[in-house]
Ligand binder design. Structure first.
Ligand SMILES: Nc1ncnc2c1ncn2[C@@H]1O[C@H](COP(=O)(O)OP(=O)(O)OP(=O)(O)O)[C@@H](O)[C@H]1O
Length: 246
């Protein structure tokens, strides 16, 4: 669950966010939309830990993380993707995904690594099985041995998604997830996040995708929440239509 409470962010005289409050209940997929400059990126940065709010607070699964680093937030189960997909270009697709599970370790320290204890081998084969499954879910199993640097942006984005979902994250934040995806990839992306148990918050310009993929939509305009409802109600909301949907 994500709790955003009275969050305001100022850049000098610019009020990027003013008193933004909403909660994404556990397991829900919530989209944030709004015109350019509405504050979407700023809000995303506050939730992921890249920016401290001027006032207000953010809690993940009941833990106040307002002053917690992005790294510690990831240890609390938060995973994210980036507006420009961040992949390791010189690693294969499979290794990109395996790298996301590396830090779990297997106990026994370096000696266990060196002698290849059976428990280590079991752990390794289970990691590989999970990685294979994540690639499969994201429709990129056939790219396992390709180098990430050689892939077009849409496939890189799917690699990032596979990496984000491999450990069944509790909280998943997606920054402009469909940018660079073709229609089939966007449909696959929506299906993958639809199947997750995670609490998902996504910022996206493609209103059609948000309407399809999200159970709930928060609309920002000039740093304020102007609507917070299910997609069907957002589509009909006169304030949203005037400010954004036209
Ligand atoms: N680092 C910064 N310094 C000063 N002003 C900033 C900074 N970052 C954002 N802003 C301002 O804060 C407001 C919100 O910007 P933000 O990038 O969060 O909006 P956005 O909804 O993500 O826009 P877009 O859809 O264009 O990406 C804008 O007026 C922007 O100019």
């Amino acid at each position: 669950m994500i709790d955003i409470s009275s969050v305001s962010v100022r850049f000098g005289g610019v009020h990027a966010l003013t008193d933004v409050t909403f909660t994404v209940p556990a397991g829900e997929t919530c989209g944030v939309i709004g015109p350019n400059g509405a504050g979407k990126t700023t809000l995303f940065d506050v939730v992921t830990g890249l920016r401290r709010p001027t006032s207000g607070s953010v809690a993940l699964r009941g833990t106040d993380v307002t002053s917690t680093s992005a790294v510690r937030r990831s240890r609390l189960g938060l995973r994210r993707t980036f507006q420009r997909p961040q992949v390791f270009g010189r690693l294969t697709v499979l290794d990109n995904v395996l790298a996301a599970t590396e830090w779990h370790g297997g106990g026994g320290g370096l000696a266990a690594d060196l002698v290849g204890r059976p428990s280590r081998r079991r752990l390794e084969s289970s990691r590989r099985a999970k990685a294979g499954e994540a690639l499969d879910r994201c429709g990129i199993a056939d790219l396992a041995t390709a180098y990430a640097a050689d892939l077009p942006i849409g496939q890189r984005r799917m690699v990032e998604l596979a990496r984000a979902i491999i450990d069944d994250p509790d909280v998943l934040l997606l920054d402009e997830p469909t940018s660079g995806l073709d229609a089939d990839q966007a449909a696959r992306f929506a299906a993958v996040i639809g199947d997750l148990d995670a609490t998902v918050l996504l910022v996206e310009h493609d209103v059609g995708f948000v309407m399809e993929a999200c159970e709930r939509i928060v609309v920002l305009d000039l740093g304020k929440v102007i609507a917070d409802a299910a997609p069907a109600r957002i589509r009909e909301d006169p304030v949203v239509r005037a400010a954004y949907l036209g």
